[in-house]
Design a protein around this ligand. Structure first.
Ligand SMILES: Cc1cc2nc3c(=O)[nH]c(=O)nc-3n(C[C@H](O)[C@H](O)[C@H](O)COP(=O)(O)O)c2cc1C
Length: 423
């Protein structure tokens, strides 16, 4: 991703969390990507890392004090708020999020945040209990409603002896989100999908059995969400129709959350037309014939028989559209055996232009497993049955490559919905 932020100026506000040490790496990553970085640190942040370390990595002075006369004369808080292309808050502490949501301006960081009109991206990082607290949820909702973009947090082991959501997104994910901000604004100068509408489905579907039980699958949504991110980064207006997942929505995409296959189909139909439709969701093939209104009880008569009926086939129905079919329809085939042969047959049966096949069996050889894991090894099969096998890579890289492939093929297929640009 070298050069993706070429010439972009990032004002990085570092908050007082343990993840502040990762922000030093973030400075380096932003600069590796071609960005210029200027740092502001809160008083709390200076308990964890020094302004000198940030300045050395940024190649520029770090700003810390609202009432520093020399700084205010040289480059005051209003100039800090304007002389950049975006503001990134990493780590965004619970305290900083609360102060931002309240519109407080009681130190240099929050004064700049209140004075800026630039896009703001926050990377929250805190203890899982703080992240789950209703006050933090309220502050997050307020910030999102104010148009603040959010990346992470991730789940996993933390500095504290606790696991759960709250770990700051990895520096490279923050760099990608920053790039997404510019792509969304159509200002990157490198936006091959500007003016295009890309529809992506992601995640599993949940098919209810009764009010408390459902049929689901192991899809995490990571691949579909990564594709939505990559398409947004390429300048597209992106609609992401997602089943229930525990990962955050990528910045700069229109998220339509759904639960069942039928809801997903309705959301897809409502989102059309699109220039590219990529169906990465693991849609349940079947749902129960009857969704019991009351919880099924053990009544001594043995287990209930679950009669199943077929769900609508979203990929096949969009591929077969007589009018308004997206010029490029891409399906996914998750198989546990005979991957390429089954995927070829699926592509022909569904009528899509391209199918991305992967081996989701335990013996796939992909580290961590494909379903729910971070990596993927896929085969691309086109309408002429040509097969291209990509080496194993992480799902972000698969997404980037797939979107690049779509851009190339869309160029050949032509067509434009005229529905892009945030319409
Ligand atoms: C060792 C230590 C680690 C902390 N880590 C976090 C953290 O990861 N996230 C957070 O929101 N607060 C954390 N805090 C609390 C903040 O430092 C505190 O709320 C502070 O006021 C934040 O200031 P700021 O938001 O102005 O940077 C931590 C405190 C200590 C002592």
């Amino acid at each position: 991703m070298t050069g993706v932020l070429q010439g972009r100026r990032v004002l990085l506000i570092i908050g007082g969390g343990i993840a502040a040490y990762k922000s030093l790496d973030l400075i380096r990553r932003l600069r590796d990507a071609g960005g210029q970085v200027r740092c502001v640190m809160t008083a709390g942040a200076q308990e964890f890392v020094t302004p000198l370390a940030a300045a050395a990595l940024a190649g520029e002075k770090t700003y810390t004090d609202l009432f520093d006369r020399a700084d205010e004369a040289a480059i005051g808080h209003i100039r800090l708020a304007r002389d950049a292309d975006c503001v990134v808050v990493a780590p965004a502490t619970a305290n900083l999020m609360g102060r931002m949501a309240q519109g407080l301006a009681d130190d240099l960081a929050t004064t700049v945040l209140l004075a800026t009109r630039l896009p703001i991206l926050i990377a929250p990082a805190m203890n899982p209990a703080m992240w789950a607290h209703p006050a933090t949820r309220r502050n997050l909702a307020t910030l999102e409603a104010d148009g603040v973009h959010v990346v992470g947090p991730d789940s996993g082991p933390m500095a504290e002896p606790e696991t759960g959501a709250g770990r700051m997104a990895e520096p490279m994910a923050i760099v990608a989100a920053v790039q997404g901000l510019f792509a969304q604004a159509g200002a990157s100068g490198d936006a091959p999908l500007a003016g295009r509408h890309v529809l992506v489905t992601s995640g599993p579907t949940h098919e209810p059995i009764d009010p408390v039980r459902y049929i689901a699958n192991r899809s995490s949504g990571r691949q579909g969400h990564a594709i939505a991110t990559a398409a947004a980064r390429a300048g597209a207006r992106v609609t992401l129709v997602s089943g229930p997942v525990s990962i955050p929505a990528p910045p700069g995409v229109d998220l339509v959350p759904v639960e069942t296959a039928r809801e997903m189909k309705a959301a897809v139909d409502a989102a059309l037309p699109a220039d590219i439709a990529i169906f990465a969701a693991a849609v349940a093939d079947w749902r129960t014939q009857q969704d019991a209104a009351r919880k099924l009880k053990k009544d001594g008569s043995g287990p209930p028989a679950l009669a199943l009926v077929e769900n609508p086939d979203i990929l096949a129905s969009v591929s077969a559209m007589a009018q308004g079919r997206p010029p490029l329809v891409v399906g996914f085939a998750a198989e546990t055996h005979d991957v390429v042969a089954l995927a070829k047959a699926k592509r022909a049966r569904k009528g899509c232009d391209l199918i991305v096949a992967n081996d989701v069996s335990a013996g796939s050889g992909v580290a961590g497993g494909v379903m729910g894991g971070a990596r993927n090894a896929v085969h691309l099969i086109d309408a002429g049955d040509a097969v291209t096998s990509w080496p194993e890579m992480d799902k972000d890289a698969v997404a980037e490559r797939l979107v690049a492939e779509c851009i190339a093929r869309l160029g050949a297929a032509g067509g434009q919905t005229g529905n892009g640009g945030g319409a």
